[in-house]
Design a protein around this ligand. Structure first.
Ligand code: ZN
Ligand code: ZN
Ligand code: FE
Length: 741
């Protein structure tokens, strides 16, 4: 049979993830000649040989590429055969860089085995890595991805490491961060003025004695303590001024995780995936972690050790609290010079001398209805782009105020930044601006447009207006809606969207958050919303859910607010006088109100806490449900909660348990969605439904809404690869700007 030659172009995350050695080995396996090279767009391969062998080769690349790679597109083309023998890895083909920078990759099995093997030269070496694993985004300062452009540039490879690096058959071929104890970064353990020579041993000693150690890891510092020691954990909480928000724990193996939580196969795969995110798992009844780790929560955030350092630290511990090292709400510390500020929360420091180039927080995921949902997108995921579609120039979408991310659009690819945090913090604002500059350089983007929220006081919006680019504003909840459509490439049909959220400025200058949209990514309009109520005290109402409860209870039935809350009178008077009490249609705040009415909590220490508590206590075996009345007003469907709130107040006053009230309320919200979907279907024949906004982090709500809608014949879409909360706003803004007419 005559040989044939094919050119294969692959687009996606295929550089810095072990792709070239993998293809090299495939070519050998199928007996093909030719070459592979990195190009500005991905990789280019040419192979020559028998047609069936080439087909097998392409199939293998398609079906089982290296775990950390992500193939967006494979284009195969027939070309003229040439005279040649052997398969080669050719030097990179340069050009304007629009390659993808790989996210950091969790340590692979081979590397873990190596550091556990006393006969290996990398035994217990904390910075072991290879072509398929190790630091990437957290150490890259410029493109192309070469050692000289990373924070490893100061370490000169020893002879043995260089040999591995240059040998195409070695699994460290072109592993840019390659290192060993002779030539690479080193650990250091310091407590007060004392430096300990054996850092790993010192860590074990300190943590076993209930101390907290600040650990410099991959993309920042963690605070680590023994997850089973209640004294240690509660002391850490007090020192960190973090009173309620759950801590994540780290374990070494899936078996250890299973001792704490009930884990299904999808969750297992997710825990072990190259991204190694924190996964919110269901606690086992006999879960033995200290109560203060995740108080009043049925779930526990668990991650597997994702670097050799973490793996070594876990020695002798079943689980460690590993919480981002910061002071209250500030961003996680990653720079050594800032780490000194952690002295008030940590008893000792475990550091190393590989500089962290940028903060990369741990990602947070959950599995709902068998699908992975990224709740905080950072390590392991950012800056992997999502394809939106070309057609417009480069742009910068500036994101929201809380849980901020920004999004740089370049050649149709949306590069969403890692989690930047709440921009209220000055230090967060600073790193926001710095990271935008860094993204522009890494992805050689030249934005011609800035996209931002309508809220003029958002730091991100002010940044957009100060950028000098023309500015396009996208309403907050429309950005949530379009984020779902763009993520699933549902572009040409009309979709009904339920955006249930905290708060965001609406087109009528009221505060929205319980919205229904109809339309497409090109154009959509509000067709329904929650009946408005007064946000008594504006920002204060977010910290004190009972204020929302007073407002809705009184509107539901005069005189009922004072029966529930002693201080209701003051709130009612300020609402009546119109003092600092903007109107809102926020579903998140209605959750808060019901939480306070149920007597679960009246004040919170972080946004969304009341809604989370309400979900945690929901008694799924409880009977009954409340109901929204759905009425039409000025061609809007109004979700009227007055009867619902009246019944919740009655239940509370007659001693019905909070778990029952919670469940009845959850059912009301789920039914609201399914009923509205039916109404709109009958009128417009719309079968596609989008769900987004922070409220859909609620497992009961998302799981049931999706299931019932699907059973009723609807096609349901929600965010998966980008967060359903405000971390997804920047992506939605970028997509809205690209698609809008
Ligand atoms: Zn490895
Ligand atoms: Zn070395
Ligand atoms: Fe939002």
């Amino acid at each position: 049979m005559m040989p044939v030659r094919r050119e294969i172009r692959i687009r996606g995350t295929v550089q810095g993830v072990g792709f070239r050695p993998f293809v090299f080995n495939c070519a050998k396996e199928f007996g093909l000649s030719g070459f592979i090279a990195n190009t500005p767009h991905g990789v280019e391969i040419q192979v020559q040989g028998r047609e069936t062998e080439i087909d097998g080769f392409v199939k293998k690349i398609r079906v089982c590429p290296p775990p950390a790679s992500r193939i967006e597109e494979i284009a195969v083309k027939e070309i003229e055969t040439v005279e040649e023998s052997g398969f080669f890895i050719r030097p990179s083909i340069d050009g304007s860089a629009d390659t993808f920078v790989s996210p950091d990759i969790g340590t692979c099995k081979a590397c873990f085995e190596e550091i556990s093997n006393p006969h290996s030269r990398r035994y217990a070496y904390a910075f072991t890595n290879c072509t398929s694993c190790g630091p990437r985004f957290s150490m890259i300062e410029a493109v192309p991805y070469d050692r000289k452009n990373t924070t490893m540039s100061g370490f000169e490879m020893c002879g043995k490491c260089r040999e591995e690096y240059e040998n195409v058959e070695d699994r460290r071929f072109h592993a840019e961060p390659v290192a060993c104890a002779d030539c690479g970064p080193e650990l250091e353990f310091v407590a007060g003025s004392e430096v300990y020579s054996d850092a790993l041993k010192a860590f074990k000693d300190f943590v076993s004695r209930g101390k907290t150690v600040a650990v410099k890891g991959l993309g920042g510092y963690h605070l680590a303590c023994d997850a089973f020691n209640e004294n240690a954990v509660s002391r850490l909480r007090a020192r960190k001024h973090r009173f309620d928000k759950p801590f994540a724990v780290m374990v070494k193996t899936v078996e250890q995780a299973e001792k704490l939580c009930v884990i299904d196969d999808t969750e297992k795969k997710l825990l072990q995936s190259p991204a190694r995110p924190i996964v919110l798992l269901r606690k086992r009844e006999d879960c033995a972690v200290a109560p203060s780790v995740a108080p009043q929560n049925n779930r526990l955030g668990v991650m597997l050790a994702y670097t050799p350092l973490h793996y070594l630290l876990m020695d002798g511990f079943d689980a460690l609290v590993m919480t981002s090292a910061n002071l209250s709400d500030e961003p996680t510390v990653f720079a050594d010079e800032d780490a000194l500020r952690l002295e008030s929360v940590a008893d000792a420091f475990l550091r190393h001398n590989r500089r962290i180039c940028r903060r990369v927080d741990d990602s947070v995921c959950a599995v709902v209805n068998g699908k992975v949902r990224i709740i905080r997108r950072a390590r392991g995921y950012a800056p992997e782009p999502l394809y939106i579609g070309a057609g417009k120039g480069d742009l910068l979408a500036c994101g929201a105020q809380q849980k901020n991310t920004f999004c740089l659009l370049r050649n149709g690819y949306a590069f969403v930044s890692g989690h930047m945090g709440d921009l209220d913090e000055e230090s967060a604002e600073k790193s926001y601006k710095k990271e935008i500059e860094s993204f522009k350089n890494l992805f050689s983007a030249k934005p011609e447009l800035a996209v931002c929220d309508m809220h003029p006081d958002y730091v991100s919006a002010r940044f957009a207006f100060a950028s000098g680019f023309p500015v396009k504003q996208i309403q907050h909840h429309k950005a949530h809606f379009i984020s779902v459509l763009a993520e699933h490439s549902v572009l040409d049909e009309d979709v009904l969207g339920f955006i249930f959220d905290g708060t965001g400025l609406g087109e009528d200058m009221k505060i929205w958050g319980g919205e229904m949209f109809l339309g497409s990514a090109r154009s959509c309009k509000r067709v329904g919303h929650l009946r408005e109520f007064h946000l008594a005290g504006a920002q204060a109402a977010i910290n004190e859910p009972w204020r929302c409860a007073v407002a809705v209870a009184e509107q539901a039935e005069k005189g009922s607010a004072v029966r529930l809350f002693d201080k209701a009178e003051i709130i009612l008077r300020s609402i009546e006088a119109g003092i600092n009490s903007p109107e809102t249609s926020s579903m998140g705040r209605l959750f808060d109100a019901v939480c306070a009415i149920a007597g679960v909590c009246t004040e919170v220490t972080y946004e969304g806490q009341a809604a989370i508590l309400l979900e945690q206590i929901a008694d799924e075996s409880a009977e009954g449900e409340y109901r929204f009345d759905i009425c039409e007003e000025k061609s809007q469907l109004i979700f009227d909660w007055r009867n619902l709130v009246r019944r919740a107040v009655e239940d509370r006053l007659s001693g019905v348990g909070a778990g029952v009230i919670s469940m009845r309320f959850h059912r009301a919200v789920i039914n609201l969605i399914t009923q509205c979907a039916d109404i709109v279907y009958r009128k417009y024949n719309i079968k596609k439904i989008a769900l987004s906004g922070g409220c859909f982090q609620n497992f009961i709500l998302l799981e049931n809404a999706e299931n019932i809608l699907t059973r009723n014949g609807f096609e349901v879409y929600s965010n998966e690869r980008i967060p359903v909360n405000d971390g997804g706003i920047s992506f939605g803004q970028a997509a809205a700007a690209v698609y809008s007419e």
